[in-house]
Ligand binder design. Structure first.
Ligand code: DAH
Length: 339
């Protein structure tokens, strides 16, 4: 019995077929109900009990290999309809699966493009920062709660090393090295010591904007942001600026856009107010200019900062910020069309 199996093994290894019929013939010969291999299972009954285990395994291996080889032979002819050649060059190729851009990259690129059309260029700064660039040079008072351990991930205390909590730090980096006119945006990742939920994450992304020149006014700020809102969310979008407070701008404002879902009528996205907040902004505080050796008598400027996740959630109606970080392909695949 063992010799028989061995011989069959050698035999099937060398099987070939030139036509579909030949391949089918082999299938019948070896694999059909009355074929050689199923017949082996009949002989199996006569194998002594102590050999049954070994012989059984060998027959199974033989059966699987024969099946695979003969099916491969048959496949050569399966979809060609052409006898004798294995390949039909006129068949469409197998589609290659393409990836998709991450929604946060899509939105970041769109923000960058919109501001590029207004003459803003791009700069980036380090994610690992110090107190000076994240807080002090931006006019944060010494005892300001944002410096608290609750919000900031401190890496070292002395010398102080921390993860930036906002991209406003890049304003300082740029102003230190450049004299106006400055018209730039700074996209990047920021970190805050916050509990992760559907609405907040300890890592997220912002885009900061800075425009400093002679005679830059609040009207310029408003017009720039109105243009951005209409480009990003559609021509019908309206904006409203509400007075607010940030240490590095005076006056400061928060900007709302008319709700992208209900168009201002009121729904659960805008909590029935018709408006949703998308960014903070203001005129750069003269202290901040002076801190970086920019003449605040000669120059004025505006700044703004927005969360990319927030813009993406509004634009694509995404309800949970954690989806951006889970990399579930069922989520990511939905952005293929937007590349
Ligand atoms: N840095 C602020 C934040 O993270 C956002 C911001 C507000 C940036 C006002 C600005 C600004 O440049 O002028 O919440």
């Amino acid at each position: 019995m063992l010799d028989k199996i061995k011989a069959l093994h050698n035999e099937i290894k060398h099987l070939t077929a030139q036509t579909a019929d030949e391949a089918e013939h082999l299938r019948i010969k070896y694999l059909s109900k009355k074929g050689i291999i199923p017949e082996l299972f009949n002989d199996f009954k006569t194998v002594p009990n102590e050999q049954k285990r070994e012989v059984g395994q060998l027959i199974n291996v033989l059966k699987n290999e024969a099946h695979e080889l003969i099916m491969d032979l048959k496949e050569q002819f399966a979809n060609t309809g052409v006898k004798g050649t294995g390949t039909d060059l006129t068949l469409p190729g197998t589609l290659m699966k393409l990836g998709s851009r991450h929604p946060l990259s899509l939105v970041r690129n769109e923000i960058v493009d919109i501001f590029a059309r207004l003459g803003f260029n791009i700069a980036e700064g380090p994610e690992i920062e110090d107190d000076l660039h994240v807080f002090t040079a931006l006019n944060f008072p010494e005892e300001h709660p944002a410096r608290d351990m609750q919000d900031t991930f401190f890496i070292e205390k002395d010398p102080d090393v921390l993860l930036r909590t906002h991209t406003s730090s890049v304003q300082v980096r740029v102003m230190e090295n450049t004299q106006p006119p400055i018209r730039s945006i700074f996209p990047g990742r920021v970190f805050r010591n916050e509990a992760i939920s559907a609405r907040a994450h300890c890592i997220f992304h912002q885009v900061e904007g800075l425009y400093i020149d002679e005679n830059v006014s609040f009207a310029d700020l408003r017009q720039t942001l109105l243009y951005f809102a209409k480009e990003m969310f559609g021509e019908k979008t309206e904006i409203r600026l509400r007075p607010s407070y940030f240490p590095f701008t005076e006056p400061s404002a928060e900007m709302d856009i008319s709700c992208t879902l209900c168009g201002g009528k009121g729904c659960n996205v805008c909590k029935y107010t018709g408006w949703v907040e998308i960014l903070g902004c203001g005129m750069v505080d003269p202290h901040v200019l002076e801190y970086s050796n920019i003449d605040s008598e000669k120059y004025t400027g505006f700044a703004f900062g927005m969360g990319i996740e927030r813009i993406a959630m509004l634009k694509y109606q995404i309800k949970d910020i954690r989806l951006f970080f889970e990399n579930d392909v069922r989520f990511l695949d939905q952005f293929k069309a937007n590349i």
